[in-house]
Design a binder for this molecule. Sequence first.
Ligand code: PGA
Length: 257
Amino acid sequence: MRNKIVAGNWKMNKTFQEAEDLLNDIAEGLDDIESTGVEVILCVPFPYLELAGDIAEDSRFMVGAQNIHDCDAGAYTGEVSAPMLKSLKIDITIIGHSERRKYFGESNGFLKSKVDTALRNELCPIFCCGELLPEREAGKHFEVVKTQLEESLFHLSPKELQQVIIAYEPVWAIGTGVNATPEQAQEMHAAIRSWVREKYGDELANEINILYGGSCNAKNAGVLFAQPDVDGGLIGGASLKSEEFLSIIKTAVATRG
Ligand code: PGA
């Protein structure tokens, strides 16, 4: 049975003090939740990784980054590498978020090399995929997501893909307050799992975690997480308030298998 995963993506939010308060509030709240079978990950901005790691030592959440460079080191002013993250004991990073694709021009091919860099450095990628609104309106959403997976992930060996978490995030749902319906999420998640099955077989398809992201909040997490192929969520805005985020974690506990 797959664990449920609730991952927070703070994006570029919070000052140091606000980050510390939020991390402490989440850690305190987690003490009161019997969260077996649910993994909690907080993907915080780079400057707060060490702080988050320290607080996580006495709590039950894991810490992730939101991005890596595709090279291990070099003359790339302002960038952060996978080995740097590992040296801070970080084991997880988001890769291919739609905001990286949109504002930083990250293509499927480029993301393939980031996925390889992450895995080479023993970082677990939370790989984001998802279609734009016009692509859905044109009925091309399955094709778009399949291509994203084929071009960035499906070159991996089974052993490598096993380390990857997939997050389906329809771009039209991110930060808009319009979440995918549970039916829309389920049909895409089932399709993603079926493509993994075709290429990698039953065992890996049944094992791989597929998270939903896009305006997921305390109100809609219950129906989304209850879908058989939705293994939890990648939460943006709703991860910035401890009460709401903790309430989503409680929902994951209630809907775990
Ligand atoms: P949102 O963002 O929950 O604010 O829609 C999700 C994400 O971008 O990962």
